[in-house]
Design a protein around this ligand. Structure first.
Ligand SMILES: *Cc1c(COP(=O)(O)O)cnc(C)c1O
Length: 371
């Protein structure tokens, strides 16, 4: 399967749908008997929700999470009628009616979001389901303990807003030994006791690899589905994204010759260089200037000089002279270089590398299970 929007593009992003399916099954087995929901916000972390979500649906996923209403609308078109769609960021003012009309489940994160959703339910004379987020210690989104208590004493709330999910989010799920995890779980347990019978959710990908107590009723898996391990506890995930880019030009330079903007790199001896057709406009971080690498058949090709908008230059002196020619491809993500390797070199996390991968790559969706 190819999406040939840019069939002649100089970089190619291959997305392995079978690996996503396998990762989903691994996570679902890990958190069972809890249900495994899929987080497909930010266009499935940049990999294409319209391709990814139906694969997850067919693998048995019935619960989907996005961040924004516009993502929910696009996701519904991709999914058809199957599956519940939760909106993690909740309700932007003025969007309540559209959210309700489309049947999405907003995550109510603040007393004012609760108030606006209730007002719509009263106006329409019908109950409007929602999820409720509790702030258990991250101080990002969710109601604090006082706001939660106020709701439990309010019979009108239970009538107007049937709760489909009570949720909270872990700040340190990627650090299994961090005591903040247990502290958040304990605060969440206290909140759960106030809403008996409402399904509960605390685990993201990292939380799914924490002990069973963190799995509750629904897990919200994101990055692990896309093949990046969320913590040192995660094992057996298959990489999903592979990225390669073509050599545009090969040259030899002598000692004293500078390379790229600012001439940051100056060769100390004769060097062979290849200029590769990928740059920061393609989401390949400019922070990799002089520090990252491309790979060719297991050989590391260090980036020399600054990463440009549309190209970068690597040192290929370690390869035999005829190993690479114009038009050949080098590996940027694949067996020799993982998302975490690139993120580490760039001083960021796999999430940011994935979600920034640009629109100019030729995208190839492959599905081993169907080949
Ligand atoms: C993004 C997000 C997730 C998914 O996190 P991963 O670490 O990618 O698994 C889960 N829950 C919430 C609230 C999120 O914002």
């Amino acid at each position: 399967m190819a999406n040939d929007v840019c069939a002649t593009g100089s970089s190619r992003l291959t997305i392995d749908l079978d690996a996503i399916r396998a990762n989903y099954r691994l996570l679902a087995a890990r958190v069972a008997p809890a249900a495994c929901g899929a987080v497909v916000k930010a266009d499935a972390y940049g990999l294409g929700a319209a391709w990814v979500a139906p694969v997850l649906r067919d693998a048995g996923c019935g619960i989907f999470f996005v961040a924004q209403l516009c993502e929910a609308i696009a996701l519904r078109a991709a999914l058809g009628t199957a599956g519940d769609i939760f909106i993690l960021n909740g309700l932007d003012p003025g969007c309540e009616a559209l959210c309700a009309d489309r049947g999405f489940v907003p995550v109510l994160n603040s007393a004012s979001q609760v108030a606006r959703w209730r007002a719509l339910a009263r106006e329409r004379g019908s109950a409007l389901p929602a999820a409720l987020q509790i702030d258990s210690g991250m101080s990002r989104l969710g109601l604090d303990a006082a706001a939660v208590e106020a709701l439990t004493g309010d019979a009108g709330f239970a009538r107007e807003v049937p709760l489909r999910l009570l949720m909270t989010h872990l700040a340190c799920a990627d650090e299994p030994g961090n005591p903040a995890n247990a502290a958040q779980l304990a605060r969440f347990a206290a909140a759960r006791a106030l809403f008996p019978g409402v399904p509960a959710s605390i685990a993201n990908s990292g939380g799914s690899f924490l002990p069973d107590g963190f799995h509750c009723d629904v897990a919200r898996a994101g990055i692990a589905l896309y093949g990046a391990p969320p913590s040192a506890l995660a094992e057996g995930l298959r990489p999903v994204a592979a990225l390669s880019a073509r050599v545009i030009q090969i040259r030899e330079i002598g000692a004293g010759t500078g390379v790229g903007y600012g001439l940051d790199y100056v060769a100390s001896e004769r060097r062979r260089l290849a200029t590769i057709g990928i740059g920061y406009a393609d989401g390949w971080p400019r922070h990799l200037s002089g520090r990252g690498a491309a790979w060719h058949r297991g050989q590391r090709l260090p980036i020399v000089g600054r990463v440009s908008m549309d190209s970068l230059t690597v040192d290929i002196s370690s390869l035999p002279d005829d190993a690479l020619a114009e038009g050949d491809s080098v590996e940027l993500l694949g067996p020799s270089q993982s998302l975490d390797d690139v993120a580490g070199d760039a001083g960021t996390i796999s999430y940011e590398i994935l979600t920034q991968l640009g629109r100019r790559h030729r995208r190839l969706y492959v599905d081993g299970a169907q080949q």
